[in-house]
Design a protein around this ligand. Sequence first.
Ligand SMILES: [Zn+2]
Length: 170
Amino acid sequence: MAVREVVKFGDPILRQKMRPVDDFEKLPDLIQDMFDTMYEKEGIGLAANQVGINLNLMVLDIAHTEEMDDPMVCINGTILDSWGETILDEGCLSIPGIRLDIKRAEKVRYAYQDIHGNKFEEEFDGLLAKVIQHETDHLNGKLITDRVSPLKLNQHKKQLEQIVQNNFTV
Ligand SMILES: [Zn+2]
C-alpha cells in the first residue's frame, strides 16, 4: 500500500487515451495504491493516468457524501448512453486549486468490468454519474479545462501556467 504521486496538468499522459486492461492478475496492488492516493488527497475519483499508469481503470468512492455508495473499481468502461443536463462545480486532483462549472449529463448508462473481469451494465445518476463522466474524460485524455469556454479558462491562466511550471521544478 502506498500513496502515489498525482500527475499534474501539463503532463502528456493526461492527454492520452488509456490502453484497455487485459491482464487482471496484476491489478490489486495498483488499485490499492490508487485508493490510498485518492483518500489521502480527499478525492472522490481517480483515473489510472493520474498516477502515471496507462490503463483504462478508475476508482471511485463517494461514500462520505449523502449518497452512501460503496467504493467502486471500473475497468475498460464505456458510457453507452446519457440523458439530461446538469452543472456542477468540479475540481480535479491533477489541477489543484481550480474549480470550474462543468456541464454534464444527469444520468448515464455505463458498461464496465470489475477487478475480476466480470462485465456489468448499469445506470447511474446523481454525483456518481458525474464522477464517472469526469474519470471517463481522464481515461480519454480529456480534462475539465476542455469543457469550459476559452474566456472562462483565461481567468485561470496564471494558475494553470504555474501548475505546468511546477512539473518541471519538482
Ligand atoms: Zn480529475
